[in-house]
Design a protein around this ligand. Structure first.
Ligand SMILES: Cc1ncc(COP(=O)(O)O)c(C=O)c1O
Length: 406
């Protein structure tokens, strides 16, 4: 396994930790830039706001997809200008909007929010350029819309267009659609992007003003399970370049954004946990690991979902559940003998299980186990306060080989 000696060295100091590898973040962010030369990328901070991770992604020219005021602040503190920070989330408060106006472009998530922004802008006697999140009449899989808590239904938006255009203190300059995450099939994303450009053209025609940006949202998936075929970003990039060419006369100066969290950083992280105890109970061998459910919840949700689903492959429900083989469990040991065990965490609850009936090289107290795909929706989703355990450390391995811990 990559970085094995570094993992073992850090495991002397920490019983559980995340290790984010800068070189892998650079590899994935550069790949996107190469494949989509005319697209600007926004980093979805929600996936991993660890300071060195954010800095590394921003250093590659990415802007920010901020889902809260705090993510706007983080992006601003990292030096991003206003036109590289896009604040899109449902349920923003008046205070959120007032502060965020200064540092970011706000994407209104509802008609109510457009009027909130109008009110604030009127009081300040300014005209605010905004984006609008649209709930379109298509999904990844069908040419029809669905109800959603995100955005304004396309038909409602068009029906209200006349009134929205008459609001004196806002100017709609962009659109944002995010349909769903973690798609590995390039053909589905091609159809989605095609639908997006058609939608953008209609919006522009109805606005009777050029769109300054079209935000295509995310969707870029990464292979989690060994059987997953990676998304063909080369092919998707070529297709997107052609689409841009086709729409060149409609959008000569429009900026095109793709948001991504997991594609940029998902593969860069591993989670490392140590065997704290081992016992046999009525013939079952329990391996007790440090901070699993509470340190990195997603692998622990797999036995949970499998226990409640009659399906062989339970449907994903991002970002909590991706698939039954989404995380590889890799014991770092020279043991050659195998053993069938149950892997559990150290919380005082019987539901703290990471894998049942799993055959692995024999583990002993003090051994370490690495878990893959821990760069995204990992530390942030995990209930680290549960039972006041010392939380896992978060470490960052730089390209020059040094470790940064915060
Ligand atoms: C609006 C929006 N954009 C982007 C993302 C990032 O998705 P991913 O990490 O799969 O790229 C999400 C994820 O929930 C989202 O809700």
């Amino acid at each position: 396994m990559k970085n094995q000696s570094i993992i073992l060295e850090q495991a002397q100091k920490y019983d559980s930790f995340y290790l984010y590898d800068e070189s892998i973040i650079l590899q994935y962010t550069n790949q996107l830039k190469e494949c989509f030369p005319n697209v600007e990328f926004l980093y979805s901070l929600k996936t991993n706001p660890y300071p060195q991770v954010v800095k590394t992604v921003f250093s590659q020219g990415f802007g920010a997809d901020a889902a809260s005021l705090e993510e706007v602040r983080i992006s601003h503190r990292n030096g991003l200008p206003k036109d590289k920070i896009y604040y899109s989330a449902p349920g923003k408060s008046m205070d959120d909007i007032t502060e965020a106006l200064e540092y970011s472009v706000i994407i209104a998530d509802s008609l109510g929010e457009i009027y909130k922004i109008q009110d604030i802008a009127q009081k300040q006697d300014i005209i605010v350029p905004i984006g609008v999140r649209i709930n379109p009449n298509f999904t990844f899989y069908a040419q029809e819309g669905i109800p959603a808590k995100f955005g304004i239904d396309e038909e409602i938006f068009f029906n209200q267009m006349k009134e929205l255009k008459s609001l004196p203190n806002i100017k709609i300059v962009g659109i944002h659609v995010h349909s769903q995450s973690q798609e590995l099939n390039a053909d589905i994303l091609k159809t989605y992007y095609t639908n997006m450009f058609q939608l953008a053209q209609t919006v522009q025609e109805k606005l009777e003003a050029p769109l300054e940006f079209i935000n295509l949202g995310s969707g870029l998936g990464i292979p989690y399970a060994p059987e997953d075929a990676p998304l063909d970003v080369i092919q998707l990039g070529k297709f997107t370049a052609n689409l841009l060419q086709q729409y060149q006369s409609f959008f000569p100066k429009t900026r095109i954004f793709i948001e991504t969290g997991r594609y940029a950083v998902g593969k860069s992280g591993i989670y490392v946990t140590k065997v704290m105890d081992k016992k046999i109970s009525r013939g079952v061998t329990y391996i007790i690991l440090k901070n699993t459910l509470n340190g990195f919840i997603r692998p622990s949700l797999i036995p949970f979902v499998k226990g409640y689903s009659s399906q062989e492959n339970p449907l994903s429900n991002e970002p909590l559940f991706t698939g039954k083989n989404a995380f590889e469990l890799i014991p770092i040991t020279n043991e050659t003998k195998n053993e069938t065990v149950i892997l559990v965490g150290n919380l005082c609850t019987g539901s703290d299980i990471i894998a049942k009936d799993i055959t692995l090289p024999t583990l002993h107290v003090g051994d370490v186990l690495a878990i893959t795909n821990a760069g995204s929706y990992a530390a942030v989703l995990s209930p680290m306060q549960f039972s006041s355990q010392i939380p896992p450390a978060q470490l960052f391995l730089t390209v020059s080989g040094s470790i940064i811990s915060m």
